[in-house]
Structure formats: structure tokens, C-alpha cells
Design a protein around this ligand. Structure first.
Ligand SMILES: [Zn+2]
Length: 464
């Protein structure tokens, strides 16, 4: 039988095995791995790796609040975000879909689903972000699984978290009962508000003091509490963008007890430390949590190497340099987040695999396999096997490029890694059998991405 596409002569790498094998693709699905095959089109992967496409389950390609005059907005949408993903080898994204003020959860999801269907060029899931845990919203949470969603997101840092915590806990219980995983932003809102006020009183509200407004203990106590929420509600918890050694220790202990607690970190905490904030345009590095100390960076690397951290995703939250470095910003009005979709996999490969800090198999787990398993997308996504979607990256481990955000796909126009020499990039990205990156050309059509329905009912925790 003739395949639509063959990836010829590469070294196939999955989390479980690697070795030379050709891959045959038919109707968007992997139809054959190894053996003799013929097809209508072939890509030459000699001297290259063939990896499962990246799964970046944490991105912001829609707005956190209703756009209105004077409100600054994140600069990417599902189209430019997809382009950045494709250029960096990512073929599945998970978008944070915020319930805007007064909005029903399902209306928020419908809004983003329509936007993504128009513009996304890679496959996607949407994580509903619960911002108003009313009785009606909690009832809606109960219906999410039946509607094909697999997750719920809450922010402990939000101003209404303490006052509405009863509702948030009931929502987590509803998530647990229906098989949804709860993503939790673990930073203590009350401590942060107090510290921001203190810095303002002391005349130190400028962004170079930003890390002092959210020190590691504000993350650690929130993380400990989130673990308590998991115990009390029975919810599986996915701790997003963990940044500190202190918070990681809490998660390690919880996982050792067998609690369903998963840990994500993001690239910022692997490559940068808080001294960056003291640079003249240091505001461009702000994220929540903030950049930490070298000891934390070392702990995060140790965590990704040993498996205490299961996922590296971006929290791609793009602003332009002008927006980030607006001199009127303070620790209270900071615009958090950076663009990272295009650099996620190349940076981790270059700084992790090439340096020997993590194995190739671990790289695949962190960027694809584990994430697909945690979010109920495996084995459709996250691996290379007969029957899986043909989401693949032909990876050149020796291709070297200097990061230049101005020439990259995100509308942010800069990268926090500008000027770094990075070795290891995709040469072809394939999404459901379509070649969407052909060397330096993005060949995807707008709107080709599909929403991935998740079967959350009867969720089984993966062993990671
Ligand atoms: Zn985020």
C-alpha cells in the first residue's frame, strides 16, 4: 500500500525507544514504523532525529479580560501563536480560556473555540479559567467533561481567591468527580498584595524590585496549600510554571505519597536568574513567579533531569518590548509573561540535551509524552506509533542559529534569549501528516488546527 508521506532514514526517538526507522503516514496518521515502504512524497531525515511533535499545554493566545480602550493586550492570537509553535516544533497547544467578567464558562469556551477554529494551525485544547466561582459556574464545571474538555484552571494569586475560596474548592471537587485535572497557579495572593504595598510605602515599587514582591515562600506556601486542596477535593492537580526549589520540595513530598500532583516548569526558570531585572531594560524578563536565584535554577534542572518535574511548557504570554518596558509600570501593574513558543524545544535541546544535563528520551517526555499523558491526549499525541496522529518533527541536532526575536513568528518582536547561540532546530514540522514547516518556510494554512476532544470521564492517573 502506498503512503501519503514517508520520513526516510531518520533516527526515531520516543520516550521508550530510539533507533533508525522510516515512518509511513496515511490519512494524517502514522501507518507504518520501520520496514520497506513506498509513498507519494518523501522527506529526507538522514542525520536527523524524528521526534514526536511538542505538546505545549500552557499558552495564552486569547485575552484574559474583555478588550476595552486603554487596556493593553497580549499580542499573539491563534494564528501567530500557531506559527511560532510550528517554527519551534510544537504541534499541540493548550490555551488558557478566561471567563471574562460576568461571562459564563461555556460562553468563554465557545468564544475561544470559534477563534481557534478560524485561526489555529496546530491542534489545540482549551483550559477554562474559572474567575468567578459562583454556584452557576460550579454547575457548569460539572458539564465540561461531557462537552469534551479535560481540565479546569484556577489562580490562587487572583484578588478574589481568598474571598471566594469556598467556591473554588467546590469547583475543584466538581472537577475531581467528573475526571477533570485542575491546573493551579500557585502564588499566595494575600502575601503578594501585602508585599507590593510594603514596597510602595518604601519607595521601591519599580520593576527592578519585582522579585521582592513575590519571593519563593509566597510560591511555596501556595503550593503546599494546593496539595491540601488535592487531598481534600480528590482533584488531580497540575502545578503550572513552578519556579523555586522550595515549591519543588513540597511537590516532591506529595508525589512520594502517591498524590496526583504534576509539576510543570517553564523555560524562564531554566535559563535566567533574578539579576536580569537589574539590566536597563530588565522589565522585559518579568513573569509570575519572578526569576529566582541560581540555586533555584539548579534545583529546577535537577528536577527535570530526575523526573520530579514532568513537563516543560512555555506559558507563552507575549508582549512587545514597548509594553514590557513601559516606564510607568510598577510591581503592582507589571505586565507578566514572555513569548517562548518558538524557543521552547530548541533551547531545551541546546541547553539540556547537548550539554548532557538531560537525555534525549527525557527531552521527549518533558516536551511531549508526559504532557499528552497527563492531559488525556496519549497515545493520539505524544509518541510515534502506528495509529498515533502523524505529529512529528524532523530535528537537526547540529543546526545552529542565533536567537533574534525580531525575526521570529511571535508579534512580541523580541526574545528574552536574544543573542544566544542555540544548536538543534526543526527542519520539518508535520502536523497530522501535513508538512507545516519546510525548512524555514511555514506552509500551514490558517484554521487547519483541530480542537482535541478529551474523554475525561473515568480519568486514570498516568504513572510518570
Ligand atoms: Zn499562564
Amino acid at each position: 500500500m502506498e503512503h501519503d508521506l514517508i520520513i526516510r532514514s531518520g533516527v526515531v526517538v520516543t520516550a521508550a525507544w530510539n533507533g533508525p526507522a522510516d515512518i509511513g503516514i496515511r490519512d494524517g496518521v502514522i501507518a507504518q514504523v520501520g520496514g520497506t515502504m513506498r509513498g507519494r512524497r518523501e522527506l529526507d531525515a538522514a542525520g536527523r532525529y524524528v521526534l514526536p511533535g511538542g505538546v505545549d499545554i500552557h499558552v495564552h493566545l486569547s485575552q484574559a479580560a474583555r478588550p476595552e480602550p486603554g487596556r493593553e493586550l497580549w499580542v499573539d492570537d491563534f494564528w501567530t501563536g500557531s506559527r511560532a509553535a510550528i517554527a519551534g516544533g510544537v504541534t499541540t497547544i493548550g490555551n488558557m480560556t478566561f471567563q471574562w467578567a460576568g461571562e459564563r464558562v461555556r460562553d468563554a469556551l465557545d468564544r475561544d473555540l470559534a477563534a481557534a477554529r478560524r485561526a489555529a494551525a496546530v491542534d489545540f485544547v482549551l483550559h477554562p479559567v474559572l474567575t468567578e466561582p459562583t454556584a452557576a459556574a460550579i454547575e457548569e464545571v460539572r458539564t465540561l467533561a461531557a462537552r469534551g474538555h479535560g481540565s479546569l484552571k484556577i489562580f490562587m494569586s487572583r484578588d478574589n481567591f481568598e474571598t471566594e475560596i469556598d467556591g473554588y474548592l467546590r469547583a475543584m471537587r466538581a472537577a475531581a468527580e467528573t475526571g477533570l485535572i485542575t491546573l493551579v497557579h500557585c502564588e499566595d495572593g494575600a502575601l503578594q498584595r501585602f508585599l507590593k504595598g510594603r514596597l510602595a510605602e518604601e519607595g521601591r515599587a519599580g520593576l527592578r524590585h519585582y522579585p521582592e514582591s513575590r519571593p519563593d515562600y509566597t510560591e511555596a506556601v501556595a503550593t503546599e496549600r494546593a496539595i491540601g486542596f488535592a487531598r481534600a477535593t480528590g482533584a488531580a492537580v497540575y502545578v503550572v510554571h513552578l519556579s523555586s526549589s522550595a515549591a519543588l520540595a513540597r511537590c516532591r513530598a506529595a508525589r512520594a505519597e502517591g498524590l496526583p500532583v504534576y509539576v510543570e516548569t517553564r523555560p524562564l526558570y531554566l535559563y535566567l536568574t533574578r539579576e536580569r531585572l537589574e539590566e536597563p531594560d530588565g522589565a522585559k524578563y518579568t513573569g509570575a513567579p519572578p526569576l529566582r536565584e541560581q540555586a533555584d535554577v539548579d534545583a529546577i534542572w535537577a528536577g527535570v533531569a530526575c523526573g520530579d518535574i514532568q513537563a516543560v511548557c512555555t506559558d507563552h504570554a507575549p508582549w512587545t518590548l514597548r509594553q514590557k518596558t513601559d516606564p510607568s509600570l510598577t510591581v503592582a501593574t507589571v505586565r507578566n509573561g514572555v513569548a517562548d513558543l518558538e524557543t521552547l524545544m530548541p533551547m531545551l535541546f541546546s541547553e539540556g540535551v547537548r550539554t548532557g544535563r538531560i537525555s534525549l528520551a527525557r527531552f521527549v517526555e518533558l516536551t511531549s509524552t508526559n504532557v499528552a499523558k497527563i492531559f488525556g491526549l496519549y497515545p493520539r499525541k505524544g509518541t510515534i506509533a502506528v495509529g498515533s496522529d502523524a505529529d512529528l518533527v524532523v530535528w537537526d541536532p547540529d543546526l545552529s542559529r542565533t536567537i533574534d526575536g525580531a525575526s521570529m513568528q511571535s508579534r512580541a518582536g523580541y526574545s528574552v534569549y536574544d543573542g544566544r547561540e542555540v544548536r538543534g532546530w526543526p527542519v520539518f514540522t508535520i502536523s497530522r501528516g501535513d508538512v507545516v514547516l519546510d525548512r524555514t518556510q511555514i506552509t500551514a494554512e490558517r484554521g487547519r488546527g483541530r480542537w482535541l476532544e478529551v474523554r475525561a470521564a473515568g480519568r486514570a492517573e498516568p504513572r510518570l
